[in-house]
Structures are given as structure tokens and as C-alpha cells.
Design a protein around this ligand. Sequence first.
Ligand code: ZN
Ligand code: ZN
Length: 495
Amino acid sequence: MTRAYAINNHPERGFLIYRDMMRQMDIRPNPQSCSFVIKSCMRNCSLYGGLQIHGRVLRDGFCSDTRLMTTLMEFYSGGGKGEDACQVFDEMPERDTVAWNVLVSCYIRNGRTRDALEVFDKMRSGECGCEPDDVTCLMVLQACANLCAFEFGERVHRYVKDCGYDRALNICNSLVAMYSKCGQLDKAYQVFREIPNRDVVSWTSMISGFASNGRGREAIDVFREMNRMGISPDEQTFTALLSGCSHSGLLDEGKLIFDHMQREFGMVPNIHHYGCVVDLMGRVGLVEDAYDLIISMKCKPDPTIWRTLLGACKVHGNLELGERVIEHLIELKAQEAGDYILLLNMYTSAGNWEKVIETRKLMKEKGIQTTPSASTIELKGQIHEFKVDDTSHSRINEVYEMLDEIEKQLKIGGYEAEITDSRLSYHSEKLAMAFGVLETPPGTKLRVAKDLRICNDCHNFAKALSQVYNREVIIRDRTRFHHFRGGQCSCNDFW
Ligand code: ZN
Ligand code: ZN
């Protein structure tokens, strides 16, 4: 009965019936009943209930039951208690693949992506007594995609092939997504081509890959082929397509597709579709039209869409509209440090120092703090992480020296560090790039992933670096890919 309640719509009753069993009927629970009641606590988001059961489990000595302990891990991990989940794991006398998988998913959920990859290596080395299975591979591929960890991803790919997991469609789709997100489109396309029974997810992953790498026309070509094959697109397919148009500045195509999805496919555009179109219009300078589009939307504008427009206002120097957009963000109570920094940059460029001081004061009053962002770079299959003005990396002094050296070299090439946010700081992506230059032979491609949007200065820095040092640099920021080559970026300086 506990189980039935746990998996149906009344998880809270699962807990009650379990309690009655003990109190009224005086029946002692066994590991299975504990496991079911934890599941009901999980579904009911009852941390307190789960803690009680955990106490019971300890008292009754069920800690050697691997399945029960794994359920407890899931419970803690799902409730945002990653540390507790890890502790349960550490205390388990025996662990199977499922337990290891829950640990991996717990790491990923709690932002410890690098640790998740380490677990994969450990499992492969035989240290854990069990091998990674298809579930592990799926999660790890996702982690590689997030970290832009191409070499690691390739290693997972080889493993997947050896085990025959690449016969599963979801694994293949993840591979396409992983390679795309690492900026390796040729590899992504190769995997995509070899999938025998491509579904809408496969097609969408490929379209999205071309789209985010600034190859909008190819994204459209893949979409056409998908149509010919009789595969129906879904909402995500159109989001990918429209974002491809915006990343490549294809205004006419984008408008046509936006129209097409409504008329031919009877779809009601969602906020993401609108967001892409706003981005596209902003990119080509139609910021006022983009504003009108947002106002006319059938769905409620979210902070992201306003932020997209704010970015465009900055690029086109439209201060007046930028201020209006900030008002909307304030109204939504969603203003972030990044928004104010964009506004600050606009005031600085316009030489409006009064407003600069005023905005700074406002930020202070509202207690808005800039959150430190992080960048990662993969070298020889190892992930290194840097934060703004980082001092934690073991070789940080060498990195700063290298960065100084690079800036000197780039100065000769015409690059001048820009003083943004009141001081010259070392953004994480600069540190990651400097580390890359330090650690790899000349000409090696650098691949950096960053959690926030790249700033103007770092963008200029990367452009100059790609030219002066003759290296390709790929930076994936929060929204798109920047592929720097010979002093140019694939985004054509719009992001
Ligand atoms: Zn920066
Ligand atoms: Zn760029």
C-alpha cells in the first residue's frame, strides 16, 4: 500500500499508512517498506519525513541494504541536500552501478560536474567494482557538453561504441548534442548521419548544433531535409531554427520561419520563439520593432527576453530604449547585476558620468552584488576552472605572468584592455585562455566554457589572441558560441 501511494497521486498517504502500520498494528518495517516510504517523502517533498525514516533505518541496522541506501541518496539529492547524499554514499558498505549513477547525477545536479567526470574514470578503471552503464554514459555526455570537454567526450564515445550502447537512440542523440556543444560540428554531423532511425530529437539536436555555432543556413538545410523525410518538427525544433537565424543574422529567413510555424504547423509561439525573433531583430538594429513585438506578445514577457533586448540596445547604443527596458526588469523584480553593468557600460560609452554615479549608487542601495562567474578549459582531458580574479588555482602565479605577457604582445597588435566595471579585473575567461597558452604548444586550439555572457573586453582580447598567437579559440558563453580565428569572431561581434 505504501508503494502504491508513493507512485500514485497521494504520496502523503504513503507516509501515513506506514506510520499506522508501526504504531497501530505494531508491525516492524523492513528495508523494502522503508524504501517505499522514502519514495513517498521524496514525491511529497517532505524533508522532515525523510529524516525520520533515515533515523529509523540507522536504528534498525538496514544500512547494508544497497537499494534502500540508494533511495535515500536520491531523496537527499533531489531535495537539494547534495552533501547528505554523498555522506550516505560514503557510508554504504557495498555499491552497485545504480548507486554510482545516483552519485553522478547528484554531482551534476549540484554543479560538481568535474567530480561527475572523475567518477566515470574511476568506474572505468575498475576501482568501483562496477562498470559504467548506458545511464552513466548519458549523464556523463551531458556533463561533457556543459563543460565543453571535447576530449573527455570522445573518450566516452569510444567507450559507448565498445559496449554497443551506441545502438540506443538516446545515446546517439546525446553524442550529437555533446559534439555540437563542444563546437565540433563535423563530428556531430558524422554521428548524426550514422543514426539509422533518427527521430525529432536527433534532427533538432543537429539543427541546434549548426544554429549555435553560427551556421544558420546549414541549420535551415537540415530542417528542409527533415521535412522531406516526413519527420514533424516540434516546438524545440523551431526554437533551434529561429536561434540559428538570429545567430547568423538571417532576418528574412527568420521572419518566414516564424510565420511558417504558425500557419503551416499551427503552433502558437512560446516565449523562446519570441526571444529568438527579438534577438534577431535586435541584431539587425530593429530594436524599436523588437520592443513592439514584446509588448504585443500573447504570453507574459520574462526577464530573459527583456535582457536580450537590453543587450541589443547596448550594441546599437540606444540608451533611451535601454532605460525603458530596465524599467520593465525592475517591474518584474528581476534586475540582476549584469543588467546594471550593461547599463553602466552604455552610460560610460555615452560619457554620461552623472548617470554612471547615480546607477552605482542605486546598485549599492539595492545591495546588488556581482556574482563571480567561472570559466573552464579542458587540457589533455583535464578540466581546469577559473573564477574572476582567481587566486585558487595551483599555478595561478604563472597564469598571471602569462596573462601579462600576452597583454603586452597583444598591445603591439593594437589591443588595449578596456576598463569596464570601474577597475581592470581579470575575468575568468582571460585566465583560462592564458592558462591554455601556457600549457599547450603553439597553434593548439583553445576551448573555453563560461557560465555568463562574455564581456566586450574579453571578446576583443580573444580576437587579438587568435590573430597574434595564430590560435583558434572557441568560447561558449551563456547564450552562444564564439569561434575566434585570425582576429575575427563567428558571432560578427554581436552577442
Ligand atoms: Zn570579460
Ligand atoms: Zn563573438
